[in-house]
Design a protein around this ligand. Structure first.
Ligand SMILES: [Zn+2]
Length: 655
């Protein structure tokens, strides 16, 4: 079910709901009501009927036997699959001109992109009382309950609990609209924040970049820093720019503008004639955007009795792990002796003390046995069109160990299409729909980079098909959280060379393990800052943007001093607060390291399996569907989510 949730989430944003903010009109809930009846009553409003009508509805519609209940489950699952799948197919079809190559989109094609066929899904199903019927018989369970009670649940019971999540809350459109607006606004701010590198000056007035290079904060700045390992003066300069952005001391005049020169060290701004000019700082816009998100979430909080804070909705809801569970995993990894050893190795390689920005050290690279040009020559010839890639997919699955009949069946549910933008995988929502693999192919054929990404997406699509078409319950289709599909994508991607040349790839080479774990070190730190900032916000709901900035700087320094200063130096460093996702996608970052943790745990579990066993085990594991992460991982490997496999791989890589 996690499959259609992204689309549903968009839909809920526009639901016009009749719920009154005044909940005193809710009929009193009798104490001998069942769990489902009590939850249903909490969602029932005057507009839905009188107290007597509600009692009559419960009396008439509460299932009396397990057989009745199962029959109802099948009907409801069919209704939900039908509505959401055809809505998704409509959406995909309408978006074709703007997402695929081939035709030039017109005005109407662009205009229709904001249309959501599921906009009134929740509203309609509360109005016709299907939602009440669902909640009455399939109540919602909290994450904690799923994790504890779920140990003894049958597949049926898991599916019933999953159905109980669909209508667990009823949020008015206006409240959700505020979240959408705050998000769109932050998105624009982040997407249009560039630094003109040619106009940066050292303290003694020199330019370090002479070409016109406009870099988006923070991703492009970071990538430039990573490519400057032969020029530390440039790295120090970028580090300085980032700190000015985080502290909001950056002059507003120099953002997106080539009109002035700026020295990030002295923070002085100069006109084209070299004269120093007065320049106001950016104010606290960065923190205002975060605060706007918070205020929008507070509106939503009032209607979410199931999960009354954005922190809960993000962690217990979307990720199905508590913030505490995640914080424990992350702090264990970032304070591990293994990471200290990796840091020592980097220091040895660089021949100098580490600096904070070495969090982006990029020297761990597995050397390819074959040059990229040679690989591109193969991929261009083999994949001149998307159809050629599609035709080759069953062979790839067979080579990974899947039985021919299963390989064919999986691939029959995947279509490859030419993407206009970047490659991506679009999951099927129901069993009449195909999962889509979108890839970019130049007229000269697919280059190696495109092939590598296509194999990654193929890993997503295979998971999407296995967890939907091979699942015994529609409501359990999918995965626990996004990290679990990323794990599948990486399992495939790390075997791309094998699939292309037949030679074993070294994607799990020592260098690549060290590269992965060092990358996790960075994202986990940023995630911890993001999470603690949100905890602080909920503890200080009256905060101003200036106070939020101050708190964020303090939190970033605390996280740094505890887990980063011992390896990278510089007490009180604020660098971990630079990540743009903190501003435009609150609390999304922890998904990345969870994906890597899951991947290594699966790699360890799959290690030493022959291809046929590997594929069989892959099928078994991904057919489990959207249980909680811990239940899923217990079913997959026998133990809960753990960082031990990645640490073990690190120890082996270090030797
Ligand atoms: Zn991916």
């Amino acid at each position: 079910m996690k499959h259609f949730l992204p689309l549903l989430a968009v839909a809920l944003l526009f639901t016009a709901c009749q719920m009154k903010t005044n909940t005193t009109s809710t009929p009193a809930v009798s104490s001998d009501y069942s769990r489902g009846a009590a939850q249903m009553a909490a969602l029932w409003t005057e507009a839905d009927g009188t107290a007597e009508e509600m009692a009559a509805f419960i009396e008439a519609n509460e299932c009396k036997t397990p057989k009745e209940k199962h029959a109802l489950y099948l009907q409801l699952a069919h209704i939900i699959e039908t509505i959401t799948q055809y809505a998704d197919m409509t959406y995909v079809e309408l978006l074709r001109p703007t997402t695929l190559t081939g035709t030039e989109p017109g005005i109407a094609d662009w205009m229709i992109t904001s249309y959501s066929p599921l906009a009134h899904f929740s509203d309609d199903l509360f109005t016709n009382k299907i939602a009440f019927l669902t909640v009455l018989n399939f109540p919602h369970y909290s994450l904690e309950e799923k994790d504890s009670l779920g140990v003894n649940w049958t597949r049926d019971e898991w599916a019933y609990a999953e159905l109980g999540d669909v209508f667990a809350s009823r949020v008015p459109a206006a409240a959700m609209q505020k979240v959408v607006e705050a998000n769109a606004d932050a998105e624009c701010y982040i997407a249009d924040y560039n630094i003109m590198m040619k106009h940066l000056l050292t303290a003694d007035g020199r330019r370090l970049w002479d070409e016109d290079l406009s870099l988006l904060s923070h991703w492009n700045l970071r990538d430039e820093l990573k490519s400057d390992y032969d020029n530390q003066e440039k790295q120090e300069m970028i580090y300085q720019v980032m700190q000015r952005i985080i502290k909001q001391e950056i002059p507003a005049k120099v953002i997106n503008s080539s009109e002035y020169d700026w020295c990030p060290y002295t923070n002085k701004v100069f006109a084209a004639d070299g004269q120093s000019v007065k320049a106001e700082r950016e104010k606290d816009v960065r923190y205002e955007k975060i605060l706007a998100h918070f205020h929008a979430y507070q509106e939503e909080d009032r209607y979410r009795h199931d999960m009354p804070t954005a922190i809960q909705r993000n962690f217990e809801g979307s990720m199905q792990m508590t913030a505490k569970q995640i914080e424990t995993l992350f702090t264990e990894l970032v304070s591990s002796p293994e990471l200290k050893a990796v840091g020592a190795l980097i220091r040895e390689r660089l021949g100098r003390d580490l600096r904070p920005y070495d969090i982006w050290y990029n020297g761990f690279k597995s050397r390819a046995a074959v040059s990229e040009d040679a690989l591109t020559a193969i991929t261009r010839k083999r994949y001149p069109t998307p159809a050629a890639f599609e035709a080759d997919m069953p062979r790839m699955l067979r080579e990974l160990g899947f039985q021919p009949a299963i390989a064919d069946e999986i691939c029959s549910h995947i279509a490859v299409e030419p993407a206009r933008g970047s490659g991506h995988a679009w999951p099927a929502v129901g069993r009449q729909e195909k999962a889509l693999l979108r890839t970019r192919i130049a007229p000269t054929g697919m280059d190696y980079k495109g092939y590598n990404i296509a194999v990654h997406e193929f890993g997503h699509n295979t998971e999407e098909v296995v967890s939907l078409y091979f699942n015994d319950h529609y409501m359990l289709a999918g995965i626990p959280a996004t990290g679990f599909t990323e794990a599948s994508a990486f399992l495939f991607q790390s075997r791309d060379m094998e699939l292309l040349t037949g030679q074993k790839s070294d994607a799990n080479s020592p260098e690549s393990v060290l590269d992965q774990v060092w990358g996790m070190y960075e994202i986990m730190g940023v995630s911890l800052v993001d999470m603690r900032m949100w905890q602080w916000l909920y503890a200080h709901p009256e905060a101003t943007a200036a106070e939020l900035k101050e708190a964020t700087l303090r939190i970033a320094a605390e996280v740094w001093d505890a887990y980063y200063e011992p390896i990278l130096g510089e007490k009180g460093c604020c660098l971990l607060a630079i990540y743009s996702h903190m501003v435009n996608s609150p609390m999304y970052l922890p998904n990345y390291p969870i994906g890597t943790i899951v991947r290594y745990q699966l790699e360890a579990h799959f290690a030493n399996l022959e291809p046929a066993e590997w594929a069989e085990e892959y099928m078994r594991v991904y057919r489990q569907g959207c249980l909680t992460p811990n239940a899923w991982m217990r079913g997959a490997t026998g133990s809960e989510i753990s960082i031990e496999p990645i640490l073990k791989a690190t120890r082996e890589a270090l030797q």
